[in-house]
Design a protein around this ligand. Structure first.
Ligand SMILES: Cc1ncc(COP(=O)(O)O)c(C=O)c1O
Length: 378
């Protein structure tokens, strides 16, 4: 482990901003100048560019990634008593959106290699109340969509891709978010395409569903003061669109920087048998929203303390899988066996991952991890 201690952040938003400061500041100044703050022209411009980038006809910006899930589910008519099959190894929002609408989240186990929904565990959970499957492209690696789409088609279910973490990733050559019935995005600042506040989007290839999602996100009204259904107020604002317009131009470079950092980590961990580095599915491109290791469960907390002492930020995504959270343990959700989900929650640890990591920083982080796990027998 290197003796000098570089300052390392889990996500370095400031250095990234400084590199594009002129562009961002100019776009924000334009918004201030026109003062079209709510759904000004820049929002439509950004939606259009993003639709081109993701190769999907319709995108609508909303206030955050949680709303995006709720808007998609409302537009699909998901409501009380319906069931939505998803993963318990994700951020709460994925299941929360269903629960908020009175639907029941149903958790299927994950593939231990990718941490994504295991398609072979979905069908056993389908009932006549099931309305949708929500795969999450967790940590930036696409879920195995073909079998999920085949199951959905066989049972007449919608597929909502929760792509908060996977923007720009591809599955069999196609961008994620554009593969199912609809997709959702979060532009939370730390996301691969992050704004400087909250933001999100819904997307679909169906004009009808797009119109419905827009309606739901706008108080249920297509024409002002002529509300047709109960909706919500969820808008991507012009300031955030200004930031996103600039950052979208850099997204491929950002993804390349993340992949390069992941390659660097992989090489530094290659000789450590106690560490399982992120699996990369040959059919997919992984965009490394997180770089997540598996380590022996009985050493994980010790490793965390060791990294803390070395000044290395890190995180456990997710320490408590959703089926073990109080919000769902008293009847709000249903699940089968989730052994792989529980095992992942006990073994994972995510290391600093962002677009500005230097070789020195990678060396220092990996050195500290290897040092702590050097003597672990596997
Ligand atoms: C998988 C997943 N889904 C949904 C969300 C919710 O996004 P937001 O924080 O923008 O509401 C997040 C963000 O943290 C996420 O990681």
């Amino acid at each position: 482990m290197s003796s000098s201690r570089p300052a390392i952040q889990m996500v370095d938003l400031r250095t990234q901003y400084l590199a594009i400061k002129d562009e961002v500041d100019a776009e924000i100044a334009d918004v201030l100048d026109t003062s079209a703050f709510i759904r000004g022209p820049i929002v439509g411009e950004f939606e259009c560019s993003l639709a081109g980038y993701l190769d999907i006809p319709y995108i609508h910006g909303v206030a955050n990634g949680t709303d995006a899930l709720q808007v998609a589910m409302m537009a699909l008519g998901i409501g009380p008593g319906d069931e939505v099959i998803t993963s318990a190894f994700t951020f709460i929002a994925t299941a929360e959106a269903a629960a908020l609408l009175g639907a029941v989240p149903v958790f299927a186990d994950i593939d231990p290699r990718t941490f994504n929904l295991d398609p072979s565990r979905i069908e056993e959970l389908i009932t006549d109340r099931t309305k949708a499957i929500v795969p999450v492209h967790i940590f930036g690696q696409p879920a195995d969509m073909d079998p999920i789409l085949a199951i959905a088609e066989k049972h007449g279910l919608a597929v909502i891709e929760d792509n908060a973490q996977g923007v720009g990733s591809t599955y069999k050559g196609r961008k994620t978010g554009a593969l199912g019935t609809c997709g959702t995005l979060s532009f939370f600042p730390s996301k691969n395409l992050g704004c400087y506040g909250d933001g999100g989007a819904v997307m679909t290839g169906s004009e009808e569903l797009y119109q419905r999602m827009k309606l739901v996100a706008n108080h249920g009204s297509a024409r002002k003061y002529h509300n047709e259904v109960v909706g919500i107020n969820s808008r991507l604002d012009a300031m955030q669109a200004a930031v996103l317009k600039v950052k979208l131009k850099h997204l491929d470079a950002y993804i390349s920087a993340r992949v390069a950092a992941a390659d660097g980590y992989d090489a530094l961990f290659a000789d450590n048998p106690a560490i399982v580095t992120p699996y990369r599915d040959a059919d997919c491109t992984h965009v490394f929203h997180q770089y997540t290791l598996r380590v022996p469960a009985d050493r994980r907390d010790g490793l965390s303390d060791h990294l803390k002492a070395a000044g290395i930020p890190h995180a456990v995504y997710y320490p408590v899988p959703l089926h073990r959270l109080p919000v769902f343990t008293d009847g709000g959700a249903r699940w089968g066996s989730l052994d792989e989900t529980d095992r992942a929650a006990a073994e994972v640890i995510s290391l600093p991952m962002h677009t500005e990591l230097t070789e020195d920083q990678l060396d220092y982080v990996a050195g500290a991890v290897n040092e702590f796990l050097a003597e672990v027998a596997v």
